[in-house]
Structure formats: C-alpha cells, structure tokens
Design a protein around this ligand. Structure first.
Ligand code: SF4
Ligand code: MG
Length: 329
C-alpha cells in the first residue's frame, strides 16, 4: 500500500535568525504521501517555523528539505515557483491572510494566474466550483473578505489554497481561530477534500483532540526539537517522552485530580529559546531528569512500531496512565 514516498527531510542545526534563535534545531522527519501529519507543541516551540520551511517560505540556515527526493533550498526561483504550486499553505488567521481590497473571486483566482493555469474563462469557472465545494455560493465571488464570518473566510482560504491544484496542504493552526462549533465543520471538510483531491495534509495545532481526530502520525516539538514522533494513536495512548506525557495530561480527562498532577509536570517556565538549556532541552521542567540529562542531548532514537523518542530514560519510565500520572518520585 506504499506509493511513492514524499519526503521532507531536514537535518543538522537548522534555522538561525540574525539573533541566533535556533527555532528549529536538527529536525529530521519524513512525511508520507497521502497521510495527515500533525506537528504539536507549545507556542514558540518552532512548529510554525518548521512548517514554513517545509514549503520554502523560510529558508533553512542549514540542513535540507527534500520534496519528492529533490532538495528545495537550492532550487532556482523558477523551479521553486513550480514547487509552490504543489505545496500550499492555510494560515491560522483567515482575516489577516486575505487581502481586504480583493474580491473573493480574485483571491481564489490569483494562484491560478500566478502559475499561468487556464484561460480567464476557465479560471472563473474553477473559482465558482471551488467556492461551491467549500460551501460558499458562486455569487460570493464579487464580495470582499470583511463581508464574511471567520469560518467563511477560512473556507475562502482553503478554496484559494486548492486553486493551484496542490499535492500538499500545510495548515498552521487552521481552525484554532474559529468558534468550536465551526471548527468541526472545517476539520471534516478538510478531511473530505483530502480524499477527493488526493492530498497530503500537514497540520500544526495545539488542540490535541483535533490532532487525534485528523492525523495518522504526529511529531511533538519542544524548544525547536522533535522529542517524539510516531502513529498518533500509539503516541497519544502511551506517550514515551515526559514532555508528551505532560501534553497528553493536559487533555481534559473526567477523573478527578488528574489535572493537578499535570500542572505539576509542567511547572517551570518555558526556557528562553535564545539560550536553550544544554543537554536535554526539557531537563529544566522534566520531573524525571537525572544528572546525565543536563549534559547529554538525547538522540531521537527508534523505539519500534514507527515510533521515535528523544529521552535518555525512554525505556525506563513508569507506564503512562492519564488518570493518575505520578511524576517526580
Ligand atoms: Fe527528562 Fe532526561 Fe528524558 Fe530529557 S532526557 S526528557 S530530562 S528524563
Ligand atoms: Mg505558531
């Protein structure tokens, strides 16, 4: 059942802004064609930066992003443009991502014009079909973004992302700005569109319920590094990394007392990303930390079953139990 593999692989120290914040450090991931891959972590963990590097919006300062076996960062402008047609982004905030002076029709047509797709008539027809597909009416094409609700604007953003006929859609918190009642509609629509258009989805989110519902595999990031990755059910049911355990514990669970224990696990502030702690970056907050953790950076090591985790103690931690996590003993 494995078709061609679509690999985004990045290695080595990855991203350095002029202030030397290593937003993404040595991330090494492969995303497979046709899957939904989620990237999860607290804000500032580098997940948005990683997502933007995956589609070439940001160039890595070191390392590589491969798409269908070709390295993206070295591509000349022209080939990069062709690649952009395949890789489209859905932004978190539909309001700020849509030019307020363009009609909806123009906004959805623009990627087709940019890539020289179709005649004006064909494009207009496709705009109508795309708008209908995301639940809007063709006559909405003449209106402007401010005339629409947040949920409708996200649908417009999705129609626009689909216009160039992409193979991969990357959503940075695609539903988190929406009302909860609207979120489910947009999530379900994305899932339907994925099947219909044969898309690969990469979803960045902090809402774990959304991630579990949508994704096949997940990568958990902390301070610019992937600390755990694997099939979403396996990772969520039995998280191997202490940080993932803390995140999972943050899912509201009915049992009393659980949330207090979770608060205990995540006590301590997120360290300053310009000066990440040496060794394991999570050691300043980890209830299981031992001396070695302050010196040696744990590798993202294979655990079998398609899972990897970056923790020195990954095989020694007590079994995970969402109802009564008891860290720090
Ligand atoms: Fe905690 Fe050490 Fe594992 Fe890091 S390596 S997560 S500090 S136990
Ligand atoms: Mg972000």
């Amino acid at each position: 059942t494995r078709g061609l593999e679509k690999r985004f692989v990045t290695h080595r120290p990855l991203f350095g802004t002029p202030t030397e914040v290593h937003a993404v450090n040595g991330v090494d991931l492969a995303i497979h064609e046709g899957e939904t891959f989620a990237i999860v972590g607290e804000s500032g963990c580098g997940k948005s930066t990683l997502a933007r590097m995956l589609i070439g919006l940001i160039r890595p300062s070191a390392g590589q992003v491969l798409y269908q076996g070709r390295e993206m960062s070295g591509l000349p402008q022209k080939q990069m443009r062709a690649l952009r047609r395949d890789l489209q982004f859905i932004f978190q905030d539909p309001f700020s991502s849509l030019n307020p002076r363009m009609t909806i029709g123009r906004l959805v047509e623009e990627p087709m014009r940019a890539h020289g797709i179709g005649t004006p008539g064909e494009r207009r027809e496709r705009v109508g079909r795309l708008l209908a597909r995301v639940g809007l009416r063709p006559e909405h094409a003449d209106r402007y973004p401010h005339e629409f609700s947040g949920g409708q604007r996200q649908r417009i953003g999705i129609a626009r992302a689909l216009a160039s006929g992409p193979k991969v859609l990357i959503g940075d918190e695609p539903v988190s700005a929406l009302d909860v009642s609207i979120q489910a509609q947009v999530v379900n629509m994305l899932e339907d569109l994925k099947e219909e258009f044969g898309l690969t989805l990469v979803v960045i989110a902090h809402d774990l319920a959304v991630i579990r519902h949508m994704s096949d595999r997940v990568a958990v990031m902390y301070l610019g590094e992937v600390v755990e990755t694997g099939p979403v059910d396996a990772v969520f049911d039995a998280p191997a990394h202490p940080y993932t355990r803390a995140l999972m514990g943050a899912i509201p669970v009915p049992a009393p007392g659980a949330r207090d224990s979770v608060a205990a696990i995540l006590e301590g502030d997120v360290p300053n990303p310009t000066a990440p702690p040496p060794g394991c970056r999570f050691h300043t907050r980890c209830p299981f930390a031992v001396a070695r953790c302050t010196r040696e950076r744990p590798a993202l090591a294979d655990m079998g079953g398609g899972r990897r985790a970056a923790c020195h103690l990954r095989d020694e931690l007590p079994a995970f139990d969402t109802r009564a996590p008891e860290p720090g003993r």
